[in-house]
Design a protein around this ligand. Structure first.
Ligand code: EPZ
Length: 417
């Protein structure tokens, strides 16, 4: 197992390119199950989750070329199942449910089970598919879905769910008649999926708003090459890296409008920004100003940036109240940040962060993807050496982060545990 060894205290300076978005490419890979032919995706990040999804598609009988230009052909898919051993390592596997039942009228997908950050049930995915006429049985830890045909319906989602919206949007694409999905997720990754499906001949309107309307079609067209959107969470993480190290960093290949809530919140901490068409320059504050934040669905402040923002607030000039409103257990990084000398108290879904003068390097352990990013950021600012173990969590969602940080002047290296 790998770990990262960080010698902190170096200001980050320079320009770095943002990779494609994990949470965009995963649903696009699932969408490839909706129609035959070679699906080709560009700007694909090198991530462990993508390799897992390639393994899943290969298991189903697809032809997969898992490289920077990702190519998938699902013409010969013959196993309509997502097995527990793959789903347990990556919950996003549940995204094959909608496309499989839409195209093949049958699917067997392992229930994802619990996760470090919360229970994360898929009841809304199931409820939505049932509303489209799918018969769903939960047996032996699997969702067994079957349908003679899918028929459009008006579905109101009790909660804003990203992959729930994506699964139902894909299922409704091949349903008979019109489907209206209300109270849906507005995340840029949902819009990216809708754009790809429409490029295949789907009839989807309203992605990016809280109501999506899908006019079902009999079949989709042959795929055309598609470029995945940049990763706004990786971009946000790099902006915080500039702020927490007292540096100045320019990120390129990003979409600034996807970063508005993150940039606004960082401006409240005293950071300053120049913003271009596809780049952002972030300058650190002379003194980090403590400020409060609540996580919300897009366009609110993303829960996937909460841990990274908390790392910055550890060095704030006062007290910051951080409220996690999306997941019930997303403070696993707190006890590790305390090992670096942070002063944080938790009360349910609220964390109170009292800023300290400095953090001191220590051995810490990653517990989930974004928690590991926050420990790396804190290690960049801490005096002395920080060792972050279990970085396989980080590799799930960051494309060679330590290489990018080194290119900006960080003293960070990957070694074996
Ligand atoms: C997506 O997860 C992202 N993953 C997550 O990113 C992200 O944190 C999350 O959206 C919120 O933005 C991918 O896109 C692959 P949800 P998802 O369904 O879709 C509850 C990362 O770090 N809920 O929007 O699984 C759920 O428990 C990951 O990259 C139900 O109760 O999240 C949560 O409290 C982590 N029933 C809330 O809704 C359901 O059927 C939002 O979850 C579905 C969700």
């Amino acid at each position: 197992m790998d770990k990262l060894v960080i010698s902190g205290g170096n200001e980050l300076k320079g320009t770095i390119k943002v990779s494609g978005a994990k949470n965009a490419i995963l649903p696009l890979m699932a969408a490839s199950l909706l129609t035959e032919g070679w699906h080709q995706f560009e700007n694909v990040p090198q991530l462990r989750d993508i390799r897992t999804f390639c393994t899943l598609l290969d298991y189903m009988g697809a032809e997969v070329d898992c490289s920077e230009t990702l190519r998938i052909n699902t013409s010969d898919v013959n196993r309509l199942e997502a097995p527990y051993d793959l789903v347990k390592t990556m919950r996003a596997s549940v995204l094959v449910l909608g496309p499989l039942v839409a195209r093949f009228k049958k699917a067997r997908v392992s229930l994802p089970g619990g996760c470090a950050i919360g229970a994360r049930p898929i009841n809304l995915h199931i409820k939505g598919l049932e509303a489209l006429g799918v018969d769903i049985q939960l047996r032996h830890g699997y969702v067994e879905a079957e349908a003679k045909k899918l028929v459009g319906n008006h579905i109101y989602l009790d909660l804003v769910t990203v992959t729930g919206t994506e699964n139902l949007m894909m299922a409704a694409t091949l349903a008979e008649g019109t489907t209206v999905l209300e109270n849906v997720a507005k995340e840029p990754e949902v819009v990216d999926l809708a754009n790809y499906l429409n490029s295949l001949g789907a009839k989807i309107d309203g992605a990016g708003s809280h109501i999506i309307t899908i006019e079902g079609v009999k079949e989709l067209n042959t795929p055309k090459p598609y470029r995945v959107i940049p990763d706004r969470i990786e971009a946000g993480t790099l902006l915080v890296a500039a702020g927490i190290t007292g540096g100045e960093v320019t990120i390129t290949n990003c979409i600034p409008s996807h970063l508005e809530s993150i940039i606004h919140k960082l401006q409240e901490t005293g950071m300053t920004f120049d913003i271009g068409d596809n780049w952002v320059t972030a300058r650190s504050a002379d003194q980090i100003l403590s400020t409060d934040v609540k996580t919300l669905p897009f366009p609110g402040f993303p829960t996937d940036m909460q841990a990274q923002f908390m790392a910055l607030m550890c060095l704030g000039n006062g007290t910051s109240v951080i409220t996690e409103q999306i997941f019930e257990n997303r403070f696993m990084h707190v006890s590790e940040l305390r090992r670096l000398g942070a002063d944080i108290s938790i009360d349910g879904r609220t964390a109170v962060v009292k800023g300290v003068k400095e953090l001191l390097g220590a051995k810490v352990m990653a517990t989930d993807l974004r928690a590991s990013a926050s420990l790396v950021l804190a290690g960049l600012a801490a005096k002395g050496i920080t060792e972050v173990s279990r970085v396989y969590h980080l590799d799930r969602g960051y494309d060679r982060l330590e290489k990018k940080l080194s290119a900006l002047g960080a003293k960070i290296e990957r070694t074996k545990e």
